[in-house]
Write a protein that binds this ligand. Structure first.
Ligand SMILES: [Fe+2]
Length: 335
């Protein structure tokens, strides 16, 4: 048996893998750079720690994994990492930073070089310097938010056993999402931040909205085969619009609305459905004014998924498909 012919003295496998990137992680062992896996955690400021603890455990239904003097760390019941949300006591509300998780420690140096080559200084965060978190890199986005890539978040385990697990946990309280899903930020120049995420961080653009002049004002970006892991909407640099938790079913979104209304939580929009992502959603505010969302549905984009484009005249349906209009509070309130 003869294998495929060699061309130009190169292995026939060489062209098949052209463009893939390898790093040397151990002597004689090459490893494919997997890059960014998923949203790891969002760190926000709150004005009342006890109120935040009560709301995020009893209404949102998260578990507290650790407390320090001025911070509380929360996780969802089906997550095994130390936290997906950290709140820090401050006199104002807003975003401290957010982090995405990479597959391997080598990915940090890979992205450190790329981010610095793109003109953004990168700071190394040592293992243990941040609570619950291993070695990380930290940098400021072109849109002003502080972002981290983290290779190792301490494993604290979930409520679900890894051996013979049941399909549900019987004693959950509140909305109780199984995991965090995505985050939405503002950027003055959406094309600039979308290019940073696609060209430097290897995200894929799933959907965009172009205004009447053809200028990109909304960009949805993914790394984990879902409609978005992060999205940017034109608005003030540095601002957070919302972070969102996953629910497994549309009926869980309706149940979330019941729980929110019962607890007197201010509902912003929904339950309703997005045109962008095709997801089912409800938006609401935590007691200090940070917008939360719980979300389900949507499609599953493969890496060759073509970008979907929305136009200005369909903006209302793009954002809220049933209502067909964008309410002013949703369009203007952020932290
Ligand atoms: Fe969202």
């Amino acid at each position: 048996m003869h294998g495929p012919a060699m061309r130009d003295g190169n292995s026939p496998f060489r062209s098949r893998y052209a463009g893939w990137q390898f790093t040397l992680s151990e002597p004689m062992a090459y490893r494919l750079v997997m890059g960014i896996l998923r949203l790891s955690h969002v760190d926000i400021m709150v004005t009342d720690l006890e109120l935040a603890a009560a709301y995020y455990t009893q209404v949102m239904g998260l578990d507290i994994s650790e407390r320090t003097k001025d911070r509380i760390f929360f996780k969802c019941w089906d997550e095994r990492d130390h936290h997906c949300l950290a709140v820090r006591l401050d006199t104002r509300v807003g975003l401290d930073r957010f982090a995405f998780k990479v597959e391997h420690a080598d990915d940090l140096s890979h992205f450190e070089s790329r981010i610095e080559a793109a003109g953004h200084p990168v700071e190394r965060v040592a293992d243990g310097e941040e609570v619950g978190q291993g070695e990380s890199i930290r940098f400021e986005l072109p849109s002003g938010q502080e972002m981290e890539l983290v290779a190792d978040v301490h494993k604290v385990g979930g409520r679900m056993p890894l051996k013979n697990p049941p399909p549900m946990v019987p004693d959950l309280v509140g909305i109780a999402p199984p995991r965090i899903d995505h985050v939405l930020m503002h950027a003055e120049e959406v094309p600039v931040i979308a290019r940073f995420f696609t060209e430097v961080l290897d995200f894929r653009l799933t959907e965009q909205l172009l205004n009447g002049s053809g200028h990109q004002v909304i960009a949805f970006l993914e790394r984990s085969a879902k409609p978005h892991d992060i999205a940017f909407v034109q608005g003030p640099n540095g601002a957070l619009h919302h972070f969102s938790f996953w629910l497994d079913d549309w009926d869980h979104v309706r149940r979330a609305a019941d729980i929110l209304a019962y607890n007197g939580v201010t509902i912003d929009v929904g339950p309703t459905r997005h045109g962008l992502t095709r997801g089912n959603t409800i938006y609401f505010f935590d007691p200090m004014g940070t917008r939360n969302e719980v979300f389900t549905g949507g499609y599953r984009p493969d890496p060759d998924f073509p970008t979907i484009t929305w136009t200005q005249e369909e903006e209302g349906r793009a954002v809220f498909y049933y209502e067909g209009v964008l309410n002013q509070r949703f369009a203007t309130v952020h932290t």
